[in-house]
Ligand binder design. Structure first.
Ligand code: CA
Ligand code: CA
Length: 541
């Protein structure tokens, strides 16, 4: 039953953002920048305008504001709660009920939470991401279908993976009206069902992890797969044109079990493959979503010492995984480990669960404040544990009643000029390393979001082409501490559209408080000894 939606909530709209415009039209982007820069203005005026617009380009950014926590005892009591991510981390517990096996997806474009209520519930629950976090809609996605995940291609079209069935559902994300299906039976193992699991969108492509479990023995039937769907045509993409027929991406490891996460800076998908439970046969694998092929097994279950039940990439090489030791139930315990993404070797155990009767840890999620949230399903003291990843130290444990299971971070638009308090433990003026490019790849424009700590600093943001030539300077002025997002509309410093291809941004913060503007390239260079961040962007046309 549909209870109506608040998709056009006046209180959460912002300049430049129009619901439904996903490529280059996200809420919070540069208002009007594109049309002005591309106008038929005299060159000098265009240069002046570019500079003026750059100085105005401190736009609404997004900052993680709430953790949305799903809790369940897998039996009688399940609900969602929220935790404000800034101290004192106020929790709003048991806001509304969910099913006994839920996962959450926050869609940043729609600014909406979608809870997928899985086995035996078989529905999608739409939740407003701002206080009081009300459920605003709920619809069935097929009785007995066991939905696993949801991703939106637009405000009118979403995809729901269904573990028990062979067809991926296409629905209106708010009404639940069916818009069709994509048949994935060709990618099934011998039992005829491909066991579709978690999903991710990259550009117009939808990636659907296929666990490929043999239901006669409930063990992986060979390596996992990822089906790729072109959401413009709702057709399967052939990932191996050299072979006859349409092929999925074939993974190196079995049972791609964890959330499928897209690392926009490395431009790769990351998935934890659990393989068979109790057997060290899986690991954490990366996938190239553009070449449509597996890349690397960055860590193995053997190296990390247990089954992988969740995994999260991070900006640096220090990544995180939830590892369940292979002792038989109920003597099996879970650990949260940091590991080196480049060597696959464990670096640290952040948390070692020691109480319970084979209780497990739930999901982990990294927010853009460099905090890692862990769902600790300890039977004595179930809590959300919050770690500072700069030191891998425990910051807080927040009880949410029933054991937590899954987390999504909800973002709230921040006016770029409104400074947020600096984060402790960072050198003043440092650009926090969680710079994000959204979307990437992009068609018309993209947004480079970053956080600046400490007092107001001069920040410079340049774009270079693949040959190292500077294309444009998007920002070169004093910026207050806090979250910022700068738009790039794919034009050079004269406002001319650039060719499609690979570009790099270089973001630098000054080592002293913002003062007079530096004169000349050499003095600019010498004044930028603070933090810096570099990343790759791909412009598609
Ligand atoms: Ca199967
Ligand atoms: Ca395993």
């Amino acid at each position: 039953m549909i209870q109506g939606t608040t998709r056009n909530r006046q209180t959460r709209e912002f300049p430049g953002g129009r619901p439904g415009e996903r490529q280059g039209g996200r809420p919070g982007e540069c208002p009007g920048g594109r049309s002005c820069r591309k106008g038929l203005l005299p060159v000098l005026l265009a240069v002046w305008l570019t500079a003026a617009l750059s100085s105005l380009a401190s736009l609404p950014a997004f900052a993680d504001e709430y953790a949305f926590i799903l809790s369940t005892d897998f039996w009688s009591t399940s609900y969602y709660s929220t935790i404000g991510i800034r101290p004192p981390r106020t929790a709003d517990i048991a806001v509304e009920p969910v099913s006994t096996d839920p996962v959450a997806h926050y869609d940043i474009d729609e600014d909406m939470v979608f809870v997928v209520n899985r086995y035996l519930a078989d529905n999608v629950q739409v939740v407003d991401p701002g206080p009081p976090f009300q459920t605003v809609g709920q619809y069935s996605v097929g009785n007995g279908s066991n939905p696993y995940d949801i991703r939106l291609a637009s405000s009118e079209k979403a995809y729901v993976s269904r573990y028990e069935w062979t067809t991926l559902l296409i629905v209106d994300p708010y009404s639940g009206d069916s818009l069709g299906v994509v048949d994935l039976s060709a990618f099934a193992d011998a039992d005829g069902i491909p066991e579709m699991g978690r999903m991710e969108m990259v550009g117009d492509s939808l990636f659907v992890a296929l666990n490929n479990i043999d239901r006669t023995v409930w063990q992986p039937a060979g390596p996992g797969k990822i089906a790729v769907i072109d959401t413009r045509a709702d057709t399967l993409v052939d990932c191996d044109p050299a072979s006859s027929g349409v092929q999925p991406i074939v993974l190196q490891l079995p049972n791609p079990y964890t959330e499928l996460r897209y690392d926009g800076c490395r431009m790769e998908l990351v998935v934890g493959c659990a393989g068979a439970w109790g057997v060290l046969d899986g690991g954490i694998e990366t996938v190239d979503p553009f070449a449509l092929e597996t890349k690397t097994v960055v860590a193995t279950e053997a190296g990390l010492g247990g089954d992988i039940s969740d995994a999260s990439f991070a900006p640096g090489a220090r990544w995180y995984a939830v590892v369940l030791d292979t002792a038989p139930w109920p003597d099996n315990f879970a650990r949260l480990v940091a590991f080196d993404r480049d060597t696959g070797q464990p670096l640290d155990t952040l948390y070692n669960q020691t109480s319970g009767d084979g209780a497990s840890l739930g999901g982990i999620e990294l927010n853009n404040q460099q905090e890692l949230y862990l769902c600790d399903r300890d039977v004595i003291d179930p809590s959300v544990s919050i770690f500072d990843t700069r030191a891998d130290t425990l910051l807080a444990r927040i009880g949410v009643g029933v054991p937590p299971f899954d987390i999504a971070f909800l973002q709230v638009p921040q006016a770029g000029v409104d400074a947020e308090p600096g984060q402790p433990g960072t050198a003043p003026g440092e650009i926090l390393p969680l710079t994000r490019i959204i979307p990437n790849p992009f068609r018309s424009s993209t947004r480079i979001a970053f956080s600046l700590d400490g007092p107001s600093r001069t920040v410079r943001l340049d774009v270079y082409d693949a040959s190292g030539r500077r294309v444009t300077t998007l920002l070169d002025r004093a910026m207050p501490a806090g979250s910022h997002a700068i738009n790039w509309d794919g034009t050079d410093s004269l406002g001319r559209p650039v060719a499609d291809g690979v570009y790099f941004y270089h973001l630098r913060s000054g080592d002293g408080p913002a003062g007079g503007s530096p004169a000349g390239e050499s003095s600019i260079r010498s004044s930028f000894a603070g933090g810096s961040s570099t990343g790759r962007m791909v412009l598609l046309k």
